[in-house]
Design a protein around this ligand. Structure first.
Ligand code: DGY
Length: 320
């Protein structure tokens, strides 16, 4: 009997095709809408493996319903949606998708940083709304990127890839991380700073920390107070790393200049959310790793990990 895997979102058949011989694949047949909780609880009770997205909370209740489950393959590098400790207690392996999305996410981080600094979305809307009647010297003037200082909170693989791009732009690189990154210090000239010092000295502050108990709301009122009034805040990790209310305050009172956000406390963010009404905020719908190539590689890595665990082997990218 082939092991049963449940895939929580409709994904391209050509990627699944070669795995159909190995697994009995069950799948939620919608692309846009996440699987309803009741369906997930029912399906997980029969599955040997789960391929899930960051939209699913794989919590105690879910894991308790999973009678045969041996592996959860989360299609993301972040895994704050999975109760890893509870899974491990039940002998369930958890895997994620590092590496294959590193450069793609760094590209998006830099695109968001550039769009925010140079007011790209505002400028595009300006033309589309018929406001461009004349050229003028300070029309939509933004902030320079070259020659400025970037402060990266979380110098993991994506952080380092962002730092490489920053170096190409002639930026000075500061970072704050749980541990020192000597290679990045030597090769990129990245300078380690305490969190407060990094905030005080950076023109661009980028959140790339994973969401954990330690990093939850680390960008709070005090953090925004510590930034320069010309600072631009970029968040491409998880919405939970920032206190959205404090960010809103900092932006509306010009405590900081602007923000570029790919992630939010609640996703999808409500269209009525006050952050979306601010001109100095560029918002994206959590598309950090959303290139066709990266998403396909993430999916393939999940399937490879499921196959390994369900056939008694070590997965390529287990979550410790
Ligand atoms: C991740 O992998 O954690 C991203 O946020 C999803 O693209």
């Amino acid at each position: 009997m082939k092991p049963v895997i449940y895939v929580t979102r409709k994904v391209p058949e050509d990627v699944l095709q070669s795995y159909r011989a190995l697994f009995n694949i069950r799948m939620w047949e919608e692309t846009e809408q996440p699987v309803p909780r009741s369906v997930l609880l029912r399906e997980i009770s029969q599955a040997d493996g789960l391929l899930c997205m960051l939209t699913e909370s794989i919590d105690q209740e879910c894991l308790a319903a999973a009678k045969n489950l041996k592996v959860v393959a989360n299609m993301a590098v972040g895994y704050d949606n999975v109760n890893v400790e509870a899974a491990h207690e039940r002998g369930i392996v958890v895997t994620n998708t590092p590496d294959v999305l590193t450069e793609t996410t760094a590209d998006l981080t830099f695109a968001l940083l550039s769009a925010t600094a140079r007011r790209i979305v505002e400028a595009s809307d300006y033309i589309r709304n018929g406001n461009w009647t004349n050229w003028s010297p300070y029309l939509l003037a933004g902030s320079d990127i070259h020659g400025k200082t970037i402060g990266i909170a979380g110098l993991g693989k994506i952080g380092e890839a962002v730092a490489r791009r920053a170096k190409g732009f002639g930026m000075s690189i500061l970072y704050h991380n749980r541990s020192r990154k000597e290679k990045a210090e030597q090769e990129l000239g990245a300078v380690y700073k305490g969190f407060t010092e990094m905030l005080q000295e950076s023109d661009f502050v980028v959140s790339l920390v994973p969401l954990t108990d330690e990093t939850a709301a680390m960008f709070d009122e005090t953090a925004f107070q510590n930034m320069k009034s010309s600072a631009i805040f970029i968040n491409v990790s998880r919405g939970g790393t920032m206190d959205e209310e404090a960010l809103l305050q900092a932006l509306t009172t010009q405590r900081i200049r602007a923000a570029g956000l790919d992630v939010f406390a609640e996703e999808p963010i409500s269209p009525e959310h006050p952050l979306l009404g601010l001109q100095n905020v560029v918002c994206l719908p959590h598309i950090g790793s959303a290139s066709e190539t990266a998403r396909t590689k993430m999916l393939e890595l999940c399937l490879t990990n499921l196959n390994a665990v369900l056939h008694g082997q070590e997965p390529l990218t287990p979550v410790p």
